[in-house]
Write a protein that binds this ligand. Structure first.
Ligand code: FE2
Length: 366
């Protein structure tokens, strides 16, 4: 609730109940006018031609209305006064009093319980879907049981979250690892934990992997929480952690008619120093050159990271049975697969990170 306002030369000082206040520049308030003339409610798009505004514009009149629910401002270039809700202004303080706490559960393998397994039919209802999305958001992965073993079920789940992403591997894909085939793409050796597409500036957000046929020994799917690795390294060696948030590491994919390259730190931070993306793929790492000192520090860091990622305490392992679909956040969780003998047929697809985020926001999950 707004309790008091003061008009300054180029700003409006708004006081809220609870002894807090914020100074909003006139130009900012004018640019954020959400009346009919300046805002398209239907599309949530700005109609204001901001470049045409006078950067030094003054407030003609300002008052608190509806018992502090709104600030009403009359601008020299508009006929009608503009209403700004107390909630909108409060949400746009530069430093919010209480930062919203994320519900992320950062885990080691023994903290993963049965709740990560869900039934295909249970996620079809709105409530069930929200529950699944929350699970996926909080833990970074989930297993959906009792899926039909075909591409259609992969597509149905993908379309509930966002849409299938196209990539060099196509949209929906199927692959088979078969010991009778010689090509390395059908390898049955252990795949150490990694994130996909370190060679892409916008790595896929989610990966879906459905087991369609399993007639083999071994081949566990491996999940490792990249945020837990970060937490461990930060605790044990702050300088090493900082290096891993700053040094860009390049990944590449050369072949199949493409030459893809991208680079970012292992732990990419936002402006609040929170990790927004974990990237680690020793298979796809491109050649690099640093000064000698940094080279040694860099190798110490990736050694530390990879040793933790391969520590069984950090690895959740599970053999996917036919009809089980593993879905994980590729910006957080590293995935791998144990070695195996026999035949294993999988289907899957990628979904963009922004579409996963969008689905979470629409469902009130953070
Ligand atoms: Fe992978």
């Amino acid at each position: 609730m707004i309790t008091k306002i003061e008009l300054l030369a180029d700003d409006v000082h708004v006081h809220f109940n609870g002894e807090n206040s914020e100074i909003f520049p006139n130009i900012w308030l004018r640019d954020h006018a959400k009346d009919e003339q300046n805002w398209d409610k239907r599309s949530s798009q700005r109609k204001t031609y901001t470049a045409a505004l006078d950067l030094n514009l003054k407030v003609k009149k300002a008052e608190i209305i509806e018992n502090g629910k709104y600030l009403s401002v009359s601008w020299p270039d508009l006929e009608k006064p503009v209403k700004y809700s107390s909630e909108f202004l409060s949400n746009n303080k530069i430093k919010k009093k209480k930062e919203i706490k994320s519900n992320l559960k950062i885990w080691k393998s023994n903290e993963i319980k049965e709740e990560i397994f869900l039934d295909y039919n249970s996620i079809l209802s709105n409530e069930g879907f929200r529950n699944f999305l929350k699970n996926l958001h909080d833990y970074g992965f989930s297993v959906i049981k009792n899926c039909e073993t075909n591409l259609k079920s992969v597509e149905t789940i993908a379309n509930k979250i966002g849409y299938v992403r196209n990539s060099i591997f196509g949209g929906l894909w199927s692959f088979e690892s078969d010991e009778n085939k010689a090509d390395s793409a059908y390898t049955q050796e252990e795949l150490r934990p990694h994130t996909d597409s370190t060679y892409s500036n916008d790595a896929p957000g989610l990966q879906l992997l459905l087991c369609c046929e399993y007639n083999a020994k071994g081949g566990e799917s491996i999940m490792v929480d990249g945020l837990k690795i970060a937490e461990t390294i930060k605790k044990e060696n702050q300088l090493m952690y900082e290096l891993m948030t700053k040094i860009n590491i390049k990944g590449n994919y050369i072949g199949d008619g493409v030459y893809l390259e991208a680079e970012r730190p292992i732990f990419k931070l936002n402006k609040n120093n929170e990790i927004v993306q974990v990237s680690f793929n020793n298979y796809d790492r491109a050649p690099f050159r640093f000064e000698k000192d940094l080279t040694l520090k860099f190798y110490e860091a990736i050694k530390k990271f990879d040793l933790i990622a391969n520590n069984k305490d950090y690895q959740w392992r599970h053999i996917l049975k036919p009809g089980e679909l593993l879905i994980f956040n590729n910006w957080r969780i590293l995935h791998g697969r144990g070695s195996f003998n026999g035949v294993r047929k999988m289907s899957g697809c990628y979904i963009n990170k922004e579409d996963f985020d969008s689905s979470c926001k629409l469902n009130g999950i953070n």
